[in-house]
Write a protein that binds this ligand. Structure first.
Ligand code: TYM
Length: 332
């Protein structure tokens, strides 16, 4: 089976609907067709300051949500990034192959650092995409399911793999991003021009997977739409409605044109109510399963230890090869 790898940051107390539709849902389907490795990237999460207890809690919540959406610990290797030392080790080697200018062109760094002022941002935030490249290359992943915002990081990953292979001999697989166009960028409910984002959306603009159905419904009913009345898919003139149509279509499996036909002449109210319903119906069981998993931390940690064992076996093998190729002396 081809190998797939992806990661998600434990940077909030819940994933949001954009993470779920843009990435995690694909993780679940791909565990059937691929040799799947999925990690909670806690090393990435500390690129922005966070309290130790908060990070620990969020990493467990993240792992619980991954199992709750349907990742099967028997089939998929679900693990925590910091458990596998080889991620930081390979990241160092790749740091030394990356140009300052090349790293400086990463738009996500520019966006995130702009919030603090660039000089207050950590060097870790700057090298974030290089650690991400290490995550992917360590496992020789062919495919990486992500949202559109990760395209540039995947291009850097391919460039670094190619550079390493060219300089030290064929070692790494060149990964392809796996991006599902219809859900590649779920937008902020209050600002349909911006993506739904853990770090920049207001609470009104974001639907959390672990949120109660009540607030979820309210946010969808209050989602910013244009002043018209017609439910139509028009990204340019009706970005808010188009976002809701994409969400409803992805969750219900009904093609967008069929939805548009269904709401003809009905205005926005009925439509939004139905979107709210399918969102709540999908996320409620996930929240309930997450709560159950979190009630038994011992069991959760045991599942993560199994994942770490499988991940480590692959990562150690890759790193042994990298060490030899780069010219590090064998350690006895
Ligand atoms: P993170 O935690 O920011 O996002 C997790 C995944 O969710 C996707 N995503 C979205 N998709 C559609 N619409 C949105 N509004 C939306 N917001 C987020 C992201 O594209 C991502 O796929 N850098 C990665 C984490 C990472 C990683 C890796 C990914 C670290 N190492 C290795 C793949 C492979 C990130 O952005 O995570």
């Amino acid at each position: 089976k081809p190998r797939v790898l992806s990661g998600i940051q434990p940077t909030a107390d819940s994933f949001h609907l954009g993470n779920y539709l843009g990435a995690i849902r694909q993780w679940v389907t791909m565990q059937e067709t691929h040799d799947a490795f999925y990690c909670v990237v806690d090393l990435h999460a500390i690129t922005i300051p966070v309290e130790a207890a908060t990070l620990r809690h969020r990493s467990r919540v993240a792992a619980a949500q991954l199992f709750a959406v349907g990742l099967d610990p028997e089939r998929a290797t679900v693990f925590v990034q910091s458990h596998i030392r080889e991620h930081t080790e390979l990241a160092w080697v790749l740091n030394c192959l990356t140009g300052m200018g090349e790293a400086g062109r990463m738009t996500q760094f520019k966006d995130k650092s702009a919030k603090f002022g660039e000089s207050a941002a950590s060097v870790g935030l700057f090298t974030y995409p290089i650690l991400q490249a290490a995550d992917i290359l360590l496992y020789h992943a062919e495919s990486v399911p992500v949202g559109a915002d990760q395209k540039q990081h995947l291009e850097l990953t391919r460039d670094l793999a190619q550079r390493f292979n060219h300089r030290f001999g064929d070692t790494f697989t060149l990964p392809q991003p796996h991006i599902v166009k219809s859900v590649e960028k779920i937008t902020d409910l209050q600002d349909p021009a911006a993506k739904m984002s853990k770090s920049s959306s207001s609470p009104q603009g974001i639907i959390d997977v672990l949120e109660q159905p009540g607030p979820m419904r309210k946010k969808i009913m209050r989602a910013v739409t244009d002043t018209g009345t017609e439910v139509a898919f028009d990204e340019e003139n009706k970005p808010g409605i188009s976002n809701l149509l994409r969400i409803q279509s992805a969750l219900s499996g009904t093609p967008i044109p069929d939805l548009v036909a269904r709401y003809e002449g009905q205005g926005y109210g009925t439509f939004k109510k139905d979107v709210a319903e399918v969102v709540a119906d999908t996320l409620t069981p996930i929240r309930e399963r997450t709560e159950k998993l979190l009630a038994d931390e011992g069991e959760l940690d045991r599942l993560l230890a199994i994942g770490a064992g499988r991940a480590r076996a692959v990562a150690q093998q890759t790193m042994a090869q990298v060490r030899e190729r780069v010219g590090f002396l064998p350690a006895y």
